[in-house]
Design a protein around this ligand. Structure first.
Ligand code: MOS
Length: 757
């Protein structure tokens, strides 16, 4: 329902669409193959482009033989640095924190394996693939530096998206003098590659200096002007369509070389061009998660209260750009200590540049912090849950602002009860299941920022009672299409089935970034406001119309619901939207909306979603093969627009946490710098058989500060906490900590041997 006049700032009532577990509005189109993903587009005259990637990780291309490729039947053109025109913007220029330095055949340098060195364009995909294989390159090769002991170390100026690389509060040394005990741990996390189910793709078609691009993208509002800058055309000349994405996870929020090369090829050849990455090409030019080497130390007093927290993270980036995962900032909002010191160093690897990957910073940082917390609990002789209940933070230490700690406490209790955490033996190696498997229980705290972006939306109500709402937003598969639709319908005071809804197109108002777990709050808030704007205008017409039953009710609270506007004080007094428009002779009303986060709230409160995850693992006592038998999490993320989809997001996040703990690792050959496991046979991710029982519970939370609607995000929350919970459960089963992720059988065997010795 639309609640008019809008209640100032805090907490507007949403209508009946929100809160419902509606099924996916785009589901039928997807399962019947009717949903057109970018690479499904085949404009008339389409050419296919495939790039050849460098086979070295550092050095220079000294010669490029394209003759065989050019002679190959079907090949029409081979782009190389010799014949490719310059972009209008230097591809090494960073115009925004979301701009990556990209490789678009403007130089001979090779900065990572798989970097595009030539693009073969052909009449068919087959010919383009074959042509790319016929490209012969010679190199002046330098030794590749991949790994913290090989790469070049430096002191970063920022981590993540412009976040300070270090922070300190309190007196670390002074607190340590008072400490009764301490624990410290060193853990490494590997390079991880986003690997969305749908690889990056572009279909580009030029009409003069107008460009139409089909490309999966998480941030149409950023991509459109950015593409325009690269190609020297006005932003309004760019049409970007991205109705469906097969996953993004951060790597589709930024533009990279391959997509720009597809657009460039279309411009040079004056025909539409499609360039879709093959799976192995995802391991280089389109980001990954930084590798990290982290040290965490906690000091405690005699009452088991934390006194000091120190976190150092050495984080990988590329040789030519500066994205660094902010792992050591994760602890600033997790646990309470009087003294904190966190800092990052950077190490340059000869890989592509890393970027934001689902729960950047917090996923990696909390994976280590949670281990340190369980080690501290062990030292204290306390149950890990009790220890966390004694020590959890109630504020963001980086700015001193309080957050929703009550919700966090409820998450701990809800998840622990559902899991059956009671009576967990303190010592490791105490539990066996009926099959003799070593059984362990572990836990971790989940947390993720609740940012808010300035999204815009539009809504239209027509005389015939139909309505439409739209924003450029992005459904990455997470269900945004559905949740945003629900909020749009509530803004208009109509049933979701009675309105048209559209997203994923650059002609629509800028729905901002589908990232930072902020899309529902940001774009949804805008859609709700746009609908409200329509109903506010409608109310103005009705209350000034002497023939309306609402005449003169201008100062009263009116409610729009199911296409009818009525008095809140007397629902019998009102009339249909169509009656109001009909009488006024108005064909349609258009409303604009922006979401709102109260400025005073931002200055006063820290904003986070919270949760707690409990894991049970079974470990084979001889082979040390690990199975995660149960994952139970409870999460508080403000008002939940669609419980089914929110649970699906959280469940997906927890499965990713398990993937982080046990499976994922991008391995590069030390000699060549080339990725060794750049396919789904070698790059391990969990399959259904790995996930026997995953349960995400939603904790009711009324957060009046976070934005008008009290909506926070769930997309990245689930991965945080889960990684550490699994590592802790494995320790509880075996007594072994391996010091690196993913946790591998060989490391567990080694650890178990060491314990026996
Ligand atoms: Mo995300 S890593 O903000 O898509």
């Amino acid at each position: 329902m639309a609640d008019i006049p809008m209640v100032a700032a805090h907490h507007v009532r949403l209508g009946s669409n929100s809160g419902q577990s509606m099924t996916r509005k785009d589901g039928l189109a997807k399962v019947t193959g009717k949903a057109n993903y970018a690479a499904d587009n085949r404009p008339e005259g389409l050419l296919h482009a495939v790039f050849a990637g460098a086979s070295i990780a550092r050095g220079r291309v000294t010669s490029l033989d394209t003759k065989a490729a050019l002679a190959h039947p079907g090949v029409v053109h081979v782009m190389t640095p010799d014949n490719t025109s310059a972009l209008s913007q230097d591809p090494d220029e960073k115009t925004t924190p979301f701009t990556a330095r990209i490789d678009v055949l403007q130089h001979d340098d090779v900065r990572y394996a798989g970097q595009p060195i030539a693009v073969v364009v052909a009449e068919t995909l087959e010919a383009a693939i074959e042509g790319a294989r016929l490209i012969k390159a010679e190199y002046d090769e330098q030794p590749a530096r991949i790994g913290f002991d090989d790469g070049e170390a430096f002191t970063p100026e920022a981590v993540g998206i412009s976040t300070p690389p270090k922070f300190a509060t309190g007196d670390l040394e002074d607190q340590r003098k008072q400490a009764a005990s301490s624990v410290s741990v060193v853990v490494e996390t590997p390079l991880q590659y986003h690997n969305a189910m749908e690889p990056h793709a572009v279909v580009a078609a030029w009409d003069g200096d107008k460009l139409t691009v089909d490309m999966p993208n998480q941030a149409i509002g950023l991509a459109k002007p950015s593409i325009a800058n690269y190609f020297g055309i006005p932003a309004e000349n760019v049409t970007l369509r991205s109705p469906y994405l097969g996953g993004g996870f951060g790597s589709k929020a930024v533009l990279f070389g391959p997509q720009m090369l597809g657009i460039l090829a279309a411009r040079e050849l004056k025909r539409p061009v499609k360039l879709a990455l093959k799976r192995d090409q995802m391991f280089g030019p389109v980001q990954h998660r930084s590798a990290t080497r982290q040290t965490v130390r906690y000091d405690m007093d005699a009452d088991n209260r934390l006194l000091a927290f120190e976190h150092r993270a050495n984080v990988s980036t590329s040789s030519f750009d500066n994205w660094l995962d902010g792992a050591a900032n994760a602890g600033l909002s997790l646990y309470a200590t009087p003294a904190i010191s966190v800092a990052h160093t950077g190490t340059r690897f000869d890989t592509g540049t890393p970027g934001a990957m689902r729960a950047p910073g917090i996923a990696t940082g909390s994976a280590v912090i949670e281990c340190a917390m369980d080690m501290a609990a062990e030292k204290a002789g306390m149950d890990p849950l009790e220890f966390r209940l004694l020590n959890y933070a109630e504020k963001d230490h980086s700015n001193g602002k309080p957050y929703s700690a009550k919700a966090l406490r409820e998450c701990y209790e809800t998840a622990a009860n559902a899991f059956g955490w009671k009576d967990r033996p303190l010592k490791p190696g105490q539990m066996r299941d009926e099959n003799g498997m070593l059984t362990g229980w572990g836990m971790g705290t989940s947390i993720f920022h609740a940012p808010f972006f300035p999204a815009k939306a539009r809504a239209v109500l027509r005389k015939d009672g139909s309505a439409r709402a739209e924003t450029s937003g992005a459904d990455m598969g997470q269900g945004a299409w559905t949740a945003l639709w629900q909020m749009a319908a509530d803004g208009l005071g109509m049933a979701a089935d009675d309105i048209d809804f559209d997203i994923g197109h650059s002609d629509l108002p800028d729905g901002s970034v589908a990232g930072g777990s902020a899309h529902t709050a940001s774009a949804g808030g805008a859609l709700f406001a746009a609908g409200n704007d329509v109903i506010r205008q409608l109310a103005e017409i009705a209350t000034k119309d002497s023939d309306s039953p609402l005449f003169g009710a201008g100062n009263e609270r009116l409610i729009g619901e199911n296409g009818r506007l009525f008095k809140a004080s007397d629902p019998n007094v009102g009339e249909s939207y169509t009656a109001i428009l009909e009488r006024a002779g108005i064909d349609e009303i258009e409303g604009q909306g922006r979401g709102n986060r109260d400025k005073a709230s931002t200055e006063t409160y820290a904003m986070f979603s919270h949760g707690a995850v409990f894991a049970e693992v079974k470990v084979d006592p001889d082979l040390y093969q690990v199975r995660v038998s149960r994952l139970v999490g409870a999460f508080a993320a403000g008002r939940i627009i669609n419980p089914r989809l929110a649970k699906s997001q959280l469940t997906g996040g927890m499965i990713w946490g398990m993937s982080f703990a046990l499976h994922e690792e991008g391995v590069h050959d030390k000699r060549t710098g080339r990725p060794l496991n750049n396919d789904f046979a070698g790059y391990h991710i969990p399959v259904l058989a790995d996930v026997p029982h995953v349960e995400a519970l939603l904790v009711d939370e009324d957060d009046p500060h976070v934005n008008d609607l009290g909506v926070k995000g769930v997309g990245e929350l689930g991965i945080t906490g889960t990684v550490g919970a699994i590592a802790n459960a494995i320790w509880h089963a075996t007594g072994v900590r391996t010091g690196r992720y993913p946790i591998k059988i060989e490391d567990l065997l080694k650890g178990a041997e060491a314990l026996k010795a």
